[in-house]
Design a binder for this molecule. Structure first.
Ligand SMILES: [Zn+2]
Length: 175
């Protein structure tokens, strides 16, 4: 028997996020896709019936218009964004484009509900922190296991497949 091979792409929560980078060339999300080390936290927000995609970049200074995108394309479903409609998307230094669920997977296991989102670690921009359990996860490995305050049998961040097709025409993050 071989050793256990864990499928690194999570199917626990439905994810099928679609974005057209070429419509938003200067957005934080578009720019992170091509820049090693750059990531953004992305989540949708409905404001007066209009979907906005809100982004928090791990570094850099941004205009509001590049981190608060008004989405007019009704074709896309912004509910299919993992455990609680929050994704971390970007380009790692060693493993190319990456997409993770924003929820702390270990708090999800411990408490049973997706109420513990991750935030940028103010001390290291390539890491995210859970303020509930204090675990810190690095986005620079192939799998994002905790790098601080973890416990035995911890799980890595839930990871999704990421594809960019055409000439920056279609980004898809999915199970
Ligand atoms: Zn946690």
């Amino acid at each position: 028997m071989g050793c256990d091979v864990v499928n690194k792409y999570s199917t626990r929560f439905y994810c099928d996020f679609v974005f057209q980078p070429n419509l938003f060339p200067s957005s934080a999300l578009t720019r992170s896709l091509g820049n090693p080390g750059d990531f953004v936290i992305v989540h949708p927000d409905i404001q007066q019936g209009v979907t906005h995609l809100l982004m928090t970049a791990n570094h850099g200074h941004w205009e509001k218009s590049d981190t608060d995108l008004i989405m007019n394309n009704e074709r896309y479903n912004y509910n299919a964004m993992g455990a609680a409609r929050g994704l971390i998307i970007g380009h790692s230094n060693s493993f190319g484009m990456k997409a993770f669920d924003r929820q702390c997977p270990n708090c999800l296991n411990d408490y049973g509900s997706p109420r513990y989102p991750l935030y940028w670690n103010p001390k290291n921009e390539q890491q995210v922190v859970c303020y509930k359990c204090k675990r810190i996860y690095s986005l620079e490995g192939d799998d994002a296991f905790p790098v601080a305050n973890g416990k035995k049998n911890d799980e890595p961040l839930m990871q999704y497949k990421i594809e960019l097709t055409g000439n920056n025409e279609l980004l898809r993050v999915h199970n």
